[in-house]
Design a protein around this ligand. Structure first.
Ligand SMILES: [Zn+2]
Length: 350
């Protein structure tokens, strides 16, 4: 493209440069808009916590797929524009995997994501939703799960569109009809971006204990983009954010005494922390100060508060970067899913 531009003069060169910039911008766009994480990562993965033997490696699939089950099922999707469209399960899952996980990830990780998305979808189809009674599911990740149309995803991937599109085709087809089951029933297949060494027990985040959503080791680390982040806030910002949400907090004294000692889980995540005499859960503190996860420390240096944060997401269920790290170490999608969803099995949904 650049050589062509040089041959055909300045005007063409500008157009070509603009096209290149656009391609680059479109390639990164899904990372920013759809998923919130850059798609690039280092090729090396650090040592697994507790040693590699702590994680299973077994590539033998226990369930055979036919490649035709998802084609025979319909999904009524409410798009972000509010329109209800009917897709085959196969088409729909392609768009969910493309929106929810970087397509640069290992195929076994993409397969695990396809199974989680399929399981989530069947739960939604069975339960219905008051927010969109005419659709099984919507494309809003804050309500259901993210979805992107194939043409939009491929435009964003630019030069990688062919390779990435086919990878996701294979991930969906190879797991045709498969979901994650606990005691024979589809599970709440929660997932998130990256953990700080361990996933979080559901009881810590939502107060309800779920047999298959326990804390387990998760192998990702500093190869994850933005794995460690900082949020720096002045005392007045902390005071106003806190008092808006928790008017009963007492922040009248010196800022050095506002935060109490946090109680932490095994992975270093904050279970609870005192702030001006009010006890916040880690999740509440995360939300209050817009932290990427509840695994954080907070320090006051006399002028400002610094939150040092590790990982991204609520921490419950499957870690997507952990799934990718396991896949790189030789784990199959079944290994990944049964690792993150304690006591669950991969089985046929239809
Ligand atoms: Zn929804």
């Amino acid at each position: 493209m650049i050589r062509d531009g040089k041959k055909t003069g300045g005007g063409r060169r500008q157009i070509v440069s603009a096209a290149l910039l656009l391609t680059v911008a479109l390639f990164f766009l899904p990372a920013l808009v759809v998923w919130g994480e850059p798609v690039y990562q280092r090729s090396e993965v650090g040592d697994l916590p507790g040693g590699e033997s702590a994680l299973p490696i077994n590539r033998t699939p226990s369930v055979m797929t036919t490649g035709t089950r998802d084609k025979g099922r319909a999904v009524r999707l409410q798009t972000k524009e509010g329109e209800v469209v009917e897709l085959t399960m196969e088409e729909y899952l392609w768009g969910v995997v493309a929106a929810e996980m970087p397509a640069s990830f290992e195929e076994e990780a993409l397969k695990a994501q396809a199974c989680a998305a399929r399981t989530y979808t069947v739960i939604r189809q069975n339960s219905g939703s008051e927010k969109h009674p005419d659709a099984d599911i919507c494309g809003d990740s804050t309500c259901c799960q993210a979805y992107i149309e194939r043409s939009a995803a491929e435009a964003r991937w630019g030069l990688n569109a062919g390779e990435y599109g086919e990878k996701i085709d294979r991930a969906v087809a190879a797991t045709d009809g498969l979901g994650i089951l606990y005691e024979g029933k589809p599970i709440q297949a929660l997932f998130f971006s990256s953990a700080a060494g361990k996933t979080v027990d559901a009881v810590e985040v939502w107060g309800n204990s779920v047999d298959y959503l326990k804390s387990v080791d998760s192998p990702e680390g500093d190869e994850v983009p933005n794995y460690r982040t900082q949020v720096v806030l002045g005392a007045e910002e902390v005071r106003s954010l806190t008092l808006n949400a928790y008017p009963g907090a007492d922040l009248s004294g010196d800022p050095s005494g506002w935060f109490g000692e946090a109680s932490r889980n095994d992975g270093g995540g904050v279970i609870s922390i005192l702030l001006g005499g009010v006890t916040l859960t880690g999740g509440q503190a995360r939300s209050l100060f817009s932290l990427r996860s509840a695994t954080f420390t907070v320090t006051w240096d006399g002028a400002q508060f610094t939150f040092d944060v590790t990982g991204y997401g609520h921490g419950v269920g499957m870690s997507q970067y952990g799934a990718n790290a396991m896949a790189k170490s030789g784990s199959s999608f079944e290994d990944i899913l049964t690792w993150y969803y304690t006591g669950a099995q991969v089985g046929e949904l239809w």
